[in-house]
Ligand binder design. Structure first.
Ligand code: GLU
Length: 469
């Protein structure tokens, strides 16, 4: 264990989308840094020059921003540090921990075949060559990996994982074109960034053995390793397209709030007893790597929907209104001035049933309709009857008398009206709802009228009353 102040990092490769697994890795690093009062950093591993575009880098920053997890220091870009990586390789050569390998492609191929036949890893004849005999031609630089014994990756999630050194070849550190290799770059960057805890997906466990050997060769302190179990689909199979969304941006587009996703992802591989719903502050307080489980975690849409509904019910209506406006704009709906305020006012009445902000956008549609509303056939027929028309005329008058246009007074007015008419609410409620909403989904009557406001509610009733009998 280390005594240095905790510094964690997320080190995504900008290869197109930000995978949900990367988001979970970021979250655990972020929570652990916050839990320990340490720092959370971001490094962009952009050494694959073909796939690393500016747009792909943007996707990562947008994803992290959206998730609310930003770097405590300016992000580090790996490719820009290639000179530093070469410097570390030179140091390893200097220390006698690495050597120049002059094997040609053909020689390497022949050695590969021989090694396969003999059931061992590739070994270069240049490993023990005297540097004085190094020729003047292209070479790769290889790590002088220990030939026997064991390398133990002391993993905070998986426990001690033992690798037989005889099974590890001398890793190439620098290719013959002068480019540093992945494992070398990761070690140098993590060291220079003073990373104390490397928390990442368990597809990197084998790299941890290689990287441990590089740390030791450089006499650098090995970080604490923590390799997280993969995220699987609901059926237990490795997460893939057929399980639905995989990219962080897709969860956003499907109407999930970032706090829902944080809460949800925290539960994928970690947990605090049976707690299902917890705040960021609680997660930061409780999170510890030692409580991460090593079994794969399963995606569970019902749980995510449940959490999202919870956070939608908690969120500031103005914030949700802004999200709904964006959704409506993407659907090509043109909004009028004041509609955002109207949406914010409506949200408290419709959000209880909403699992996503997309559903919230559907639920506010009734309030955005413009007068005169197109009424359902059934409502129109019923309103054409004398008895109903008379009742609606009186109802209009009763509602116009309500001085405090809000749920309690409106509920009371509706109750009193039903009593005065000597009928149940069922005798005019459905029709009133039809008149107010034009057949769109709407909350209960008092809520719908409060959201619409006095003038709009009475106006919609007036429009219905002025239809030809
Ligand atoms: N760049 C690696 C990836 O995106 C992560 C490497 C690491 O965390 O050490 O999978």
């Amino acid at each position: 264990m280390t005594s240095r102040p905790v510094r964690t990092r997320i080190a995504p490769s900008p290869t197109g989308m930000m995978h949900i697994g990367t988001a979970r890795t970021a979250l655990f690093n972020w929570l652990y840094a916050r839990h320990t009062g340490g720092q959370f950093l971001v490094r962009i591993e952009d050494t694959d020059r073909e796939r690393s575009t500016e747009a792909n880098v943007g996707v990562i920053f947008e994803g992290l921003d959206w998730l609310g997890m930003t770097s405590d220091e300016p992000p580090v870009f790996q490719f820009a540090r290639a000179d530093r990586h070469r410097e570390a390789v030179a140091e390893l050569v200097e220390l006698g921990q690495a050597y120049r390998d002059y094997m040609t492609a053909e020689e390497l191929e022949a050695e590969r075949e021989l090694a396969r036949a003999e059931g061992r890893v590739v070994r270069s004849p240049w490993r023990d060559a005297d540097p004085a005999t190094w020729p003047d031609r292209p070479y790769a630089v290889r790590l002088k990996s220990p030939l026997d014994g064991e390398t133990i990756v002391a993993d905070a999630v998986k426990g001690d994982v033992t690798f037989q050194n005889a099974g590890l070849d001398d890793l190439i550190l620098l290719r013959s074109d002068g480019n540093p290799t992945y494992n070398l770059a990761v070690v140098v960057d993590d060291h220079d960034m003073a990373i104390t805890h490397v928390i990442r997906g368990d597809d990197h466990l084998n790299n941890a053995a290689r990287q441990t050997i590089i740390y030791k060769a450089l006499n650098w302190e090995v970080p604490v390793w923590a390799h997280l179990p993969l995220i699987h689909g609901p059926d237990g199979a490795k997460l893939s397209k057929r399980h639905g969304a995989q990219a962080v941006s897709e969860f956003d587009a499907m109407g999930y709030l970032p706090e829902s996703l944080r809460n949800y992802l925290a539960k994928l591989g970690w947990g605090h007893g049976d707690d299902e719903i917890f705040s960021d502050a609680q997660a930061m307080d409780w999170f510890d790597i030692k409580d991460v489980v090593s079994a794969p975690a399963r995606l569970d849409w019902a749980k995510l929907n449940h959490l999202n509904n919870h956070y939608i019910r908690q969120a500031d209506p103005a914030r949700l209104a802004a999200l709904v406006v964006k959704i409506l704009a993407s659907r090509g709906v043109t909004l009028r001035q004041g509609d955002e305020t109207l949406i914010a006012r409506t949200i408290p009445f419709v959000r209880d049933g909403a699992k996503t902000t997309l559903e919230l956008a559907d639920a506010v549609a009734f309030v955005l309709k413009t007068r005169p509303l197109e009424l359902a056939e059934k409502t129109r027929t019923q309103l054409a009857e004398d008895e109903m028309r008379g009742r609606f005329t009186r109802l209009r008058a009763a509602l116009a008398n309500v001085s405090d246009w809000a749920v309690p007074a409106l509920e009371e007015a509706l109750r009193n009206f039903a009593e005065a008419e000597g009928v149940g609410l069922g005798k005019f409620g459905p029709q009133l709802r039809g008149v107010l909403s034009g057949g769109a989904p709407a909350p209960d009557l008092a809520g719908a009228m409060t959201a619409l406001g006095r003038d709009e509610s009475l106006g919609r009733i007036d429009d219905a009353l002025s239809l030809p009998a």
